[in-house]
Design a protein around this ligand. Structure first.
Ligand code: GLC
Length: 824
């Protein structure tokens, strides 16, 4: 990627000790990959394959977390993420050769678990696939791992080429370890779990082996299977047999593999694995290829069509090409060319890709949110926001998730905090666990108003507002639950917050607002909830105008005016807005406080919601720049709590500078970028964009540590000694909001009920840029010129050569339209 000083990294030797001073990897934009050349990443780096329907995580050392539909309730592989990166984690491949003396030597293309040092090694992290290429010991080994679109099969496409100059015998031995489907039970119960688990193998007449794994109670309706494109010489189902010698030599050097072939074991209980051995005799320059399949179906008969299909390597190639075509099509929804190559690469590839990932996994399964038990699930506020990042790319898939979210909104109008996709059961998140705090969140139900508005503006499908969806009721069966139209759901969201206001006329905090970790006693008020409510009202006013309901428009305008007045009367602190009133009415996020004097959301959201008058907006944003900004991003608040304070709760469990306690919580950064574009400060918005661009941190991985190809959730702030250290990659609202900031506010192209609105706010130095945006069935190619070097302001717009009045390009018939914009 196009980070300015980028030098293509030399291929670093895998393993440890030989990489000092070298980079970890580089961006290969032409192939839409990040190429890791050094397996010894500072922390685990990973990629996602497949979707929540079937898929999971593949890390750069070959470890795999796989599930179908639900990581907590239908997990397939066993991956314990807290183990060192050197350990086996759910899957690996052994390559076995003989050394000069005729002794076996074991290699792994993933380096782990055999600790193989290759001459050349790279791991290409691509769009829903990871590919390894390892050279050494006379071999070139290639492995590609992916899930074909709309399938329930994980494919490992393995090839070995003899480059030794003489003929060689090579054995290829892939292995997966299974988890109990109830992922948490696998970790907490070592009695019941192993008694229920079985793997048996069937050898077909053709010699192919199918290994079938199931938990006893699922035997009749969900079995996992492992098979390959070619007959196996031998196989193993029991981990004890695979590792041999009562497992004492471990995964690094399985005794059985040094002794001979696999023993064709069955696993009647206990530690379930699937492994097969494929033997090749390769003349010099010859190669062999085998593709394995790990899948789940009702039974083996139901799996046979897929098994047969992917045994044919031509179909494996086609599935891989189809996956690339899926991404071509997906990314084509919005492509840009700006003077900044690093911005282009992020906006064209990595950021929309991450939005697709957060849309799928919410905060359910990552190397940080581990998807065990009822800890996470699909988060109401999280997914509502994630959907804003995919709306221009997959609005109808987004709508389906919106429907699920609305179905866990309660009759009263507020929402359950999270739900589990395979059962649609919902719960109140952490608020369940604190006795003396409210049992609901003050913000969940408001986000969905933004999401529905975004869907309607993108598609124009106003009929969706009439769709009947049930409200959630814990004690009522689905059939007995009250139903309401989507519009009714939204009305109840707003009515809930309007009623649920405190002493200052500001909405109550609930257990928490967006900031999960500030859990003040019942009766506290949240200025953020006030702004989010105001923004939701603006969206609802747009919707009601579009459907011609004047009465509702007026009602919501009144509410909007009232909430704005209350905020401006009660919450202006002199140079910024305060953030909360506690149960006694005391301000928090105020200059009067000793800690937590200023909070970033307190400033961004009054601007985003239009509540802040222009002068206050600028003053507040200048305070953010002065007190919260750092070279690694904007801190959420300052100063941090230095010790546990039961009054505020969670935030004070972190040391100052970490996470919500004065850390750089990235999710809140794009909100400041957006606010800066609203006040017309394009240079600053772009500076803030660059500060958190993970790709720009590729030069500085030893400090940042996290994956450079996706946003992490947090970076330690400058109150912490490890300032700059990133954590919690992939599943963060940062992805959706940074994408919105870049495309809808910096580039300024936004769907509205009337068409595509164009209102960029860019760095003054940008003289020209280009956006291709698909919208309601047509492609709009937008060329923006900025001859006077302004940040904001549209002087003229021509559509297909014709002058337009205003800056909203109407929905046009025809497949392609050219839009010429002049700023000034
Ligand atoms: C985490 C949570 C999200 C919350 C944020 C701030 O990212 O998933 O729901 O808003 O932290 O506390």
């Amino acid at each position: 990627m196009a980070v300015k000083k980028q030098v293509k990294a030399k291929t670093a030797k895998a393993g440890t000790g030989k990489t000092e001073g070298r980079k970890y990897g580089y961006f290969d934009d032409a192939n839409r990959e990040y190429v890791l050349c050094n397996s010894a990443t500072p922390i685990k780096w990973c990629n996602y394959v497949g979707t929540l329907n079937f898929g999971g995580i593949v890390d750069t050392t070959g470890g795999t977390v796989l599930c179908k539909g639900d990581p907590a309730l239908n997990r397939i592989t066993k991956y314990i993420s807290q183990m060192p990166n050197s350990d086996f984690k759910g899957s690996t491949i052994y390559i076995r050769i003989k050394d000069e003396k005729g002794f076996y030597k074991l290699l792994s293309p993933f380096v782990v678990p055999t600790c193989t040092i290759w001459d050349n090694w790279e791991c290409r992290i691509g769009l829903s696939y990871t590919k390894w290429i390892a050279e050494g010991y006379g071999l070139r080994v290639k492995v590609t791992v992916f899930v074909p679109t709309n399938s329930s099969t994980l494919i490992q496409d393995i090839s070995v080429e003899n480059i030794s100059g003489k003929s060689m015998e090579v054995d290829v031995i892939p292995v997966y370890e299974f988890s109990h489907f109830d992922a948490l039970k696998q970790l907490t119960n070592a009695d019941w779990v192993p008694q229920t688990m079985t793997v048996e193998a069937h050898r077909e007449r053709s010699g192919h082996v199918i290994q079938e794994q199931y938990a006893f109670m699922k035997k009749k309706y969900a079995v996992n299977y492992f098979t390959a494109s070619m007959p196996a010489q031998s196989f193993e189902c029991d981990r004890k047999a695979f590792l041999g010698f009562n497992e004492i030599t471990g995964w690094i050097s399985p005794y059985t593999l040094y002794k001979g072939d696999l023993t064709n074991s069955t696993a009647l209980r206990g530690d379930n694995i699937a492994s097969q051995m494929f033997k090749f005799k390769l003349a010099n320059k010859k190669s062999a290829r085998v593709a394995t399949q790990l899948g789940q179906e009702k039974n083996i008969a139901a799996a046979m069509p897929a098994i047969k299909k992917y045994r044919d390597l031509k179909n494996v190639d086609k599935a891989f090409a189809d996956l690339a075509a899926f991404w071509d099509n997906y990314l084509a929804a919005l492509q840009v060319k700006t003077p900044d190559a690093s911005f282009n690469s992020m906006v064209n590839i990595h950021n929309p890709r991450q939005c697709h990932t957060t849309k799928n996994w919410s905060r359910y399964l990552s190397l940080y949110q581990l998807g065990f038990g009822s800890d996470r699930g699909i988060g109401y506020r999280d997914s509502s926001q994630d959907l804003l990042g995919v709306m221009s790319h997959m609005p109808e898939e987004a709508r389906l998730l919106v429907e699920n979210l609305l179905s866990v909104q309660k009759e009263e109008g507020n929402a359950m905090h999270q739900y589990f996709p395979s059962t649609m059961e919902a719960n109140e998140g952490d608020s369940r666990e604190e006795e003396d705090r409210p049992k609901y969140y003050g913000d969940d139900h408001l986000w969905i108003v933004l999401t529905v508005a975004s869907y309607l503006k993108e598609t124009g499908n106003m009929k969706f507002l009439d769709k009947q969806i049930p409200f959630y009721h814990k004690k009522k069966e689905l059939k007995a639950r009250e139903k309401g139209s989507v519009l009714e759901h939204l009305k109840r969201s707003l009515a809930f917050t309007w009623k649920d206001r405190g002493k200052h006329g500001i909405p109550h905090l609930g257990f928490a607002d967006w900031n999960d970790t500030v859990n003040l006693p019942t009766g506290s008020e949240s200025l953020f909830n006030a702004s989010l409510f105001a923004k939701a009202l603006l969206e609802m006013i747009d919707i009601c105008e579009a459907i011609g309901d004047k009465k509702l428009v007026q009602q919501y305008k009144n509410w909007y005016a009232e909430i704005g007045n209350r905020v401006n009367k009660t919450a202006w602190d002199g140079k910024w807005y305060i953030r909360w009133f506690d149960e006694k009415g005391k301000a928090l996020g105020s200059n009067k406080n000793k800690v937590n004097k200023i909070d970033s959301l307190g400033q961004s959201w009054p601007v985003i919601s239009g509540i802040a008058p222009p002068e206050r907006a600028k003053t507040a944003l200048n305070s953010v720049n002065k007190l919260l900004n750092t070279k690694n991003g904007i801190k959420l608040s300052w100063p941090g709590y230095n010790g546990f304070d039961p009054h505020v709760g969670g935030v004070s469990t972190y040391p100052p500078g970490a996470k919500e306690n004065g850390g750089i919580f990235l999710h809140a950064n794009p909100w400041i970028m957006i606010a800066e574009t609203i006040v017309g400060n394009g240079n600053r918005a772009f500076q803030y964009y660059n500060q958190i661009n993970p790709a720009a941190k590729n030069e500085n991985i030893d400090e940042f540590e996290s994956e450079p190809y996706c946003y992490p959730q947090n970076i330690l702030g400058n109150e912490h000694k490890q300032f700059g250290l990133g954590r919690n990659a992939w599943l963060s609202g940062t992805s959706s909001w940074t994408y919105q900031a870049a495309t809808q506010y910096i580039l300024g192209v936004k769907a509205t009920f009337k068409g595509l609105s164009i209102n960029p706010c860019v760095p003054k130095a940008w003289k020209e840029f280009y956006i291709a945006r698909k919208f309601r069935g047509a492609l709009y190619e937008i060329i923006v010129k900025n001859p006077k070097g302004v940040s904001k302001g549209v002087k003229s717009v021509k559509v297909d050569g014709r002058e337009l009045v205003g800056n909203v390009v109407p929905v046009l018939a025809g497949k392609r339209h050219v839009v010429e914009v002049v700023m000034g």
